[in-house]
Design a protein around this ligand. Sequence first.
Ligand code: KIV
Ligand code: ZN
Length: 512
Amino acid sequence: MADKLIIFDTTLRDGEQSPGASMTRDEKLRIARQLERLKVDVIEAGFAASSNGDFDAVQLIANSIKDSTICSLSRANDRDISRAAEALKGANRARIHTFIATSPLHMEKKLRMTPDQVLEQARQSVRFARNLVEDIEFSPEDGYRSDLDFLCRVLEVVIDEGATTINVPDTVGYAIPELYGQFIKTLRERIPNSDKAIWSVHCHNDLGMAVANSLAGVKIGGARQVECTVNGLGERAGNCSLEEVVMAVKTRQDYFGLDLSIDTRHILAASRMVSQTTGFVVQPNKAVVGANAFAHASGIHQDGVLKARDTYEIMRAEDVGWTANKIVLGKLSGRNAFKQRLQELGVQLDSEGEINAAFARFKELADRKSEIFDEDILALVSDESVGHDHDIYNFVSLSQRSETGEQPFARVVFVMDGKEVTGSSIGNGPVDASLKAIEVHAKSGAEMVLYSVNAISGSTESQGEVTVRLQNSGRVVNGVGADPDIVVASAKAYLSALNKLSNKADRVAAQG
Ligand code: KIV
Ligand code: ZN
């Protein structure tokens, strides 16, 4: 039997560290459920000690997900490790992932510690963690830029103390595939007890090589765990992308000779869920999950694919969850059909109340749009465009007027702090006027750093999905809204971003 490659997903931790990608507890649970459906081996659910919100999310996921190992990140200190262990108490299988920086630059400038102090702290932390949980992962942060001899000493010590997985991060995305693969190989050869741990790779994408580096770490270095995120979500240029690394290993089984437990048919749904939840749109030419990934536009390609698929296709679209765009439901569809379609799409709503609310929104949409596609349903159930009890702002209605040569005008009715208010404004265009109308009352003073519109199912009849990124007092948030009317979608996205801005959760950064 071939070796197994462990897939460790860190969308909910390293992915979420991307400015604007923060998620609520319920959004995280929904994504964790999708990761479980994907049969991800390890889900890094968060960084329990970083904030009460993160603690709650890790705890909820640990209590709810039963098939994957649930992991919490933790700095190398007793307090963080105890918090992680506490949040993970309900898990079937729990892992603590503790880390400390080992590169000269990080030790001196960030930690202000000597190498010997770092080594001692790593030793004590793994010893402490091992008394609480059996499955311990240790990461030397900025490991790839660390001194090789020093890194060997640290890793030997933590394996002696019982670390079961050793993860070697390329924290700043500096590595080159061959060199990174060789680096892992050298560590494994030089460290006398290296065979007592599973070796793992964790690559950032600053030079666009996170997937290539991870695969080299596996092939050349002998790593048997890859850390990755859905859509490659993550700070700066992101992390190694789950869908790309998984499909590379699966498609080139002849070369890698490794088994995976991933059920790849759920990849696309995971990609859409993460994109709709965070507002990070997937580029059309993105491998595996981009809208063009399986589209053959040129005549020669189309002709070839029609004669024999494998002339131009190395993967089957169905294997990663693509199905032909089909009309799934319409105005006359009942609650049961809707519920069943949600199940087929891998969406689990927690209560009958949630299903009823989603069904009511579906009916409302079906009144305005005769053909409802899977993408519409996924947008409909994504938390973003839906009012929640705890939200400060909720959309009610909008009217706007625009005519060539006239200044556009908008009036927006929305709920603010439990009271219905109406704001009116003129603007450069109808969207601008609508958002200014909201600001008449909201007075957030937030700066807009991104505005994007995407047609959910590809035609002008489709719903528009709008992402708005706002920045205020050093915080960056994304709001997403969907509606057949893109001005309404924009207002919803703006209100959703304002809700996130008003939800002040202070958290400690993992790499600060
Ligand atoms: O990139 C990194 O170094 C990390 C560690 C905290 C594992 O994410
Ligand atoms: Zn990272």
